[in-house]
Design a protein around this ligand. Sequence first.
Ligand SMILES: Cc1cc2nc3c(=O)[nH]c(=O)nc-3n(C[C@H](O)[C@H](O)[C@H](O)COP(=O)(O)OP(=O)(O)OC[C@H]3O[C@@H](n4cnc5c(N)ncnc54)[C@H](O)[C@@H]3O)c2cc1C
Length: 394
Amino acid sequence: MTKTAAVIGGGVAGTAAAIALQSAGFDPVVYERHERGVADERGAFLTVAVNGLNALRSLGLDPAKVLARGFPTATMGLYGAAGRLLVELPLGGPDADGTVTTTIRRSDLYAALRAEAEARGVPVVYGAALTGAVTGPDAVEAEFADGRRVRADLLVGADGLRSRTRKALDPGASEPHYLGLLNAGGFTAGPVDGPPAGVMRMSFGRRAFFGWATAPDGSVWWFANPPSKRPVDPASFTAESWKAHLIELFAGEPAAAIVRASDEVVGPWNTEDLGPVRIWHDDRIVLIGDAAHAMAPTSGQGASQALEDAVVLGHSLRQNPEIKTGLLAYEGSRRPRVEKVAAYGRRGNSGKVAGPVGAAIRDAMMPVVFRLLMRKGNPQAWILDHRLPPLRPA
Ligand SMILES: Cc1cc2nc3c(=O)[nH]c(=O)nc-3n(C[C@H](O)[C@H](O)[C@H](O)COP(=O)(O)OP(=O)(O)OC[C@H]3O[C@@H](n4cnc5c(N)ncnc54)[C@H](O)[C@@H]3O)c2cc1C
């Protein structure tokens, strides 16, 4: 008999999990709190690494189609506070089909994944915000803000950093932790001088970290990480005051001209991650993606790890017909890897909040350390080269 699954959250993890669950014999329905067409613009754009592209393939999706609105960023060039190139690092690929790590607007990635899920017959219910869930002997019962109740054999909590599912599983679960940095992003109105195609340039800058890449139309996509001891209330800035603040912050650096030339400037957001989440599942509820392991954006891996989660959840439930055993297998397989990737992201974040002395040491040491590390190959190979078996062919 087909089992039912309620998937909470129509972001990266939820849509991918729904597709994976079909392969494991489930009938999934995705419940998304936003209305159709309303996208969370946090981060403006994100980079899906080659391990994430491989996870898409394992789900039977074509990465070139899902990421069609993105562009390749196969290399990162990292510059010091004084503008000196510190490190040039391959970000992964090309894979056998020629794809490399790809940068895409968050809203385009969500839309493409939802379209793929819907094309496979997965209903996506919009305007449905989970408020609670309780596991019973025969089913899990979910409750939503509009009063609707849903019963299912399995509930997948893919509801992101501030997951309600996580709270339902463990009221004392970890809370997001502020990392001392704000986040902003934007897009120039038209072509401007930017890095060569395929390169994501990043600079520690004199006062704040800045990353930028040139899109195929010549416009520049950028993000910035102004340090701030305390989190801010995003509502205390207007779009104009935030843009003016960034232009002043980057005065005298190439970033200022890029921000000035931008007609879309988004943020600020407070940069957060999540300490280890003790409880990932009970007998019928399971957490995936940011709900289980939100990591610092510095890792560049949150979306790719969410996609890997979905594939492994599919395999675990396919190989273990009893849901409870499948969820145990999923956690056993995923927890060690995601915790290692999250720790890696946290270390990268601390380099962005260094004071003047720390920055001088960082800029002097980083080229030496990376040169030594690169002798043994790409130090990120353990993240990027991770490959998962297919759940179904593309
Ligand atoms: C500034 C920034 C930059 C980033 N850059 C990168 C990057 O370059 N590369 C990378 O791989 N990752 C990046 N990340 C991380 C990445 O965005 C996340 O790891 C990824 O989106 C996780 O996917 P998810 O589906 O778990 O969560 P989300 O993408 O956050 O999706 C959660 C979904 O659940 C919905 N939801 C929430 N609560 C409820 C509820 N109660 N009921 C129903 N639905 C609900 C939300 O509306 C949303 O649609 C970045 C993150 C930030 C903040």
